[in-house]
Design a protein around this ligand. Structure first.
Ligand code: BG6
Length: 463
């Protein structure tokens, strides 16, 4: 791999600064970085809208307040003083000349493309045409293609002017503190790692349940579906964290291990793939009346390596389910039956990613006053013990500006994850209808037959 530029950015240029993602996520994240003293450069917004710096600052303040983030006047004044605006059409070479003038003298720019991927090629061409890409980092957002070949085509557009070290692909799940925690819990506790293999583990269950529907995102969601929306990216990245080998460190050390793990995941089998659609989905604006898009998916994956061979990794993800919960549940093998303990349940280790991140260890203990066992939870909610964590975008934008690419996705990782799900895209089973507020279609239960049934997620006390 070519040497990386790990110097701190001296300007951040955001294409699409007047858009939705900036309003919902970016301003708040940058403001939080400012509050923590981690924002060190000017910010130039680029969009078609002809806004002044003042208008941009007012918009930014309203956007931050709308997220519920308390705004401190002094911190915001420092933040607002960094903002300026370049207006122009992304298709027009003059726009890039204006960007070049706005960042003149800066040598370590970060360009953040908060724009549809169909525009990535055009913008990167424009930046290169203005001589701005040589030492730049370019941050891009999913979706990275809609299958393997489109992912490769998209990458060809980016790599026409950029080397791999310059491209920072965001998967916001990798910026979640509890996702990063997985590696620390696994490898900094010597009692855990020796258990983390096919000798001790029976199955792994990953649940990403959302208790809301597609709402106003029908136009986006209907051509995409749950598999592409959250499995190919977010949930496979979680498997990368839960199952990869320890690395020697450095940005490529971590990424090499995740990709090595993806390479050992067998292409998914459509016979072990369930698709559901909640009743009422087809009435949503932007959804085809005869849509076959899945809003729920469940699948079984196999990892063909020494550590995991024979341990199934089950994933289920869906909208309009009973609760909001994302967790990884590692289910250990049952102890052998003993004369005084004819039947004992399994130990489980749970990483809760959302909401209220934490870890839980389910132990079996003696039931008081009876000669039986009962499950007890040794749950730890991180917020009760640790300081508040940065938001995912706050962490990732901070990393991009400081030249740390370890929590970003490399092109080989994108391609491997598409390779894994490709057979499911090619031969999807029919969608089964499920009732909103249920746990998806019955096929999801049949999928885990012979293994522990789907567990009710570990929920925060108040949910
Ligand atoms: C997005 C998906 O990438 O992730 C959404 O497009 C999904 O459909 C969201 O709701 C979930 O992210 P989080 O961080 O809210 O769990």
């Amino acid at each position: 791999m070519v040497a990386q530029n790990a110097s701190t950015a001296d300007v951040l240029v955001i294409f699409g600064i007047t858009g939705d993602l900036a309003r919902k996520m970016t301003f708040r994240s940058l403001y939080r970085l400012e509050r923590r003293g981690l924002l060190e450069c000017p910010i130039v917004g680029v969009a078609l809208d002809d806004w002044s710096a003042e208008t941009l600052a007012e918009h930014a303040r309203a956007a931050i307040e709308a997220t519920g983030e308390p705004v401190d006047d002094e911190v915001f004044a420092r933040f607002a003083a960094r903002l300026s605006m370049v207006s122009g059409d992304f298709a027009d070479a003059a726009t890039y000349t204006k960007v070049a003038a706005a960042i003149k003298g800066r040598t370590d720019p970060v360009f953040y493309l908060e724009i549809p991927p169909s525009l990535f090629g055009r913008v990167v061409d424009g930046l290169a045409g203005a001589g701005l890409t040589d030492n730049a980092r370019v941050v891009v957002e999913k979706p990275f293609g809609h299958d393997l070949s489109s992912a490769k085509a998209l990458n060809d557009q980016l790599s026409a002017h950029l080397q791999e070290w310059q491209i920072y692909r965001i998967d916001h799940f990798l910026g979640k503190e509890p996702a990063m925690d997985i590696r620390y819990i696994r490898f900094s506790n010597s009692i855990i790692e020796p258990l983390w293999n096919r000798d001790r583990i029976e199955a792994v269950q990953i649940t990403m349940a959302e208790n809301f529907g597609v709402e106003d995102r029908g136009h986006f969601y209907d051509p995409v579906g749950a598999l592409r929306d959250v499995v190919q990216n977010h949930l496979l990245q979680l498997i990368g964290l839960i199952a990869a080998e320890p690395s020697s460190g450095g940005p490529d050390g971590f990424r090499d291990k995740r990709v090595e793990l993806f390479k050992s995941i067998r292409p998914a089998d459509p016979a072990q793939y369930v698709r559901g659609q909640y009743a009422g989905y087809r009435e949503i604006d932007g959804v085809a009346p005869d849509s076959q898009t899945e809003t729920f998916t469940a699948l079984k994956l196999h990892i063909d390596n020494w550590r995991w061979s024979g341990v199934p990794f089950f994933i289920r993800a869906g909208k309009a389910l009973p609760v909001r919960a994302t967790e990884i549940r590692v289910i250990f093998k049952r102890p052998p039956p003993l004369p005084f303990l004819p039947k004992t349940e399994q130990n489980e280790f749970i990483f809760r990613i959302d909401p209220s991140p934490g870890v839980d260890f389910i132990l079996q203990a003696k039931e008081s006053g009876a000669d039986t066992t009962r499950a007890v939870n040794l749950g730890l909610v991180f917020a009760d013990e640790m300081a508040a964590a940065p938001e995912p975008y706050e962490r990732l934008l901070g990393d991009a500006m400081h030249g740390d690419s370890s929590q970003f996705i490399r092109e080989d990782g994108v391609e491997e994850t598409w390779r894994i799900v490709e057979p499911l895209l090619e031969s999807p089973p029919p969608v089964e209808v499920y009732q909103p507020g249920s746990w998806g279609p019955p096929g999801a239960n049949a999928l885990v037959a012979g293994y522990p049934a789907w567990r009710q997620p570990w929920l925060p006390a108040h949910q």
